[in-house]
Design a protein around this ligand. Structure first.
Ligand SMILES: *Cc1c(COP(=O)(O)O)cnc(C)c1O
Length: 346
């Protein structure tokens, strides 16, 4: 008896990192969570939260958040669509753009959820491998002619950022929708947000999980011209973002000062960590995210040995990534502990 569509039976499914309570003394550097707490204004806002709002269905447009985000980012509030995490928006985009007859295109290695979601839609998937320099394979992407093209910039796990000029050229050349996943933009030097003004086929994705320390809240948003968003609203669950998330996220995005403080500390420590890992014999290219991708011939052994010391980093089974570890930038103390254990192991 087959209960499910064939694409579900053959899909690999997303492999989330094993869950551990924050009380456990693990140094968790494998999921690119922010090591600092969210803005104090988030908890202050939650303390004034009226239970009456839980009795009712939430605002389907999360206007409290959209107005706060519009003020913080200098964009009109009706250019924003919110989701239950950026993952939810990726799911909405796939369902809106893709079926068995249509193609999704993205360069790899990248965020593994793209493949998972595309497989579930039964999409034609074209993955284009980055060269070792991680330069954007622009021509191949254009040739692939996707209904949906996804570019993570800064990308994970590589940490590299695609130059604006190349993203602009891509947006101008392709026929389909271009989604620029800016989950890590808070740790980068520039954003492609302005492309949404000049290109009606560009949607920029953001999340509060990384820069704003709110991975547990589940809150992401997309920015695009209202005409593009109109069709996406048909696909989105009206109540996919709850009332608590709406007001907590609004408080977080309004506090740019606090976010920038945390981000500046992480960027400083990213630099320290990069230099220290290089001294230990790792090859570490500059990163524009809150993590580094460190190459070492003994990466698999180091991954396992770090785990024995309750330090979790990310290791990928894919062939060209087996000699690499993706390491989230933690607090200075966590980074120091990591480096100390690595020094002993090497
Ligand atoms: C973390 C991440 C996301 C998911 O963000 P959520 O809002 O936590 O769902 C999306 N894209 C990339 C590239 C990420 O690293």
């Amino acid at each position: 008896m087959r209960y499910f569509r064939p694409v579900i039976t053959t899909a690999t499914g997303h492999q989330p990192s094993p869950y551990r309570s924050p009380n456990q003394s693990i140094i968790k550097l494998n999921s690119n969570e922010n090591p600092y707490p969210p803005s104090p204004n988030v908890l202050k806002r939650l303390n004034t939260f009226d239970g009456e709002w839980l009795r009712r269905y939430p605002d389907p447009y999360s206007q409290e958040f959209c107005h706060a985000a519009a003020a913080a980012l200098g964009i009109p509030s009706d250019w924003i669509i919110v989701g239950n995490g950026c993952d939810d928006l990726l799911n909405i985009l796939m369902r809106a753009c893709i079926d068995e007859t249509r193609t999704v295109v993205y360069p790899t290695p990248t965020y593994s959820l793209y493949r998972t979601l595309a497989q579930i839609c039964g999409a034609q998937i074209i993955e284009i491998t980055y060269d070792t320099q991680f330069s954007l394979p622009l021509e191949k992407i254009v040739q692939a002619d996707g209904a949906l093209t996804l570019i993570a910039s800064p990308n994970s796990p590589s940490g590299h950022q695609i130059p604006m000029a190349e993203l602009r050229q891509l947006a101008t050349t392709i026929q389909g929708l271009l989604v620029i996943d800016e989950a890590y933009v808070d740790f980068a030097e520039e954003s492609a947000l302005s492309l949404t003004q000049t290109h009606g086929n560009v949607l920029v994705l953001r999340t509060l999980s990384k820069g704003y320390s709110l991975a547990g809240l589940r809150f992401g948003f997309g920015i695009a011209q209202p005409a593009l968003l109109a069709d996406l609203f048909k696909v989105k669950d009206s109540y996919g973002v709850d009332a608590i998330a709406n007001c907590a996220a609004a408080a977080a995005i309004a506090d740019q000062t606090y976010k920038n403080q945390c981000v500046n500390q992480i960027k400083l420590d990213r630099q320290h960590l990069t230099l220290a890992l290089r001294k230990l014999g790792f090859q570490v290219p500059p990163s524009h995210g809150n993590f580094v991708l460190a190459t070492h011939p003994e990466a698999p052994r180091l991954h396992d040995a770090l785990r024995e010391h309750d330090i979790w980093v990310r290791h990928y089974p894919q062939a060209h990534l087996t000699n690499k570890l993706r390491i989230t930038v933690g607090t200075p103390e966590q980074n120091q502990r990591l480096l100390q254990v690595l020094t002993n192991l090497l």
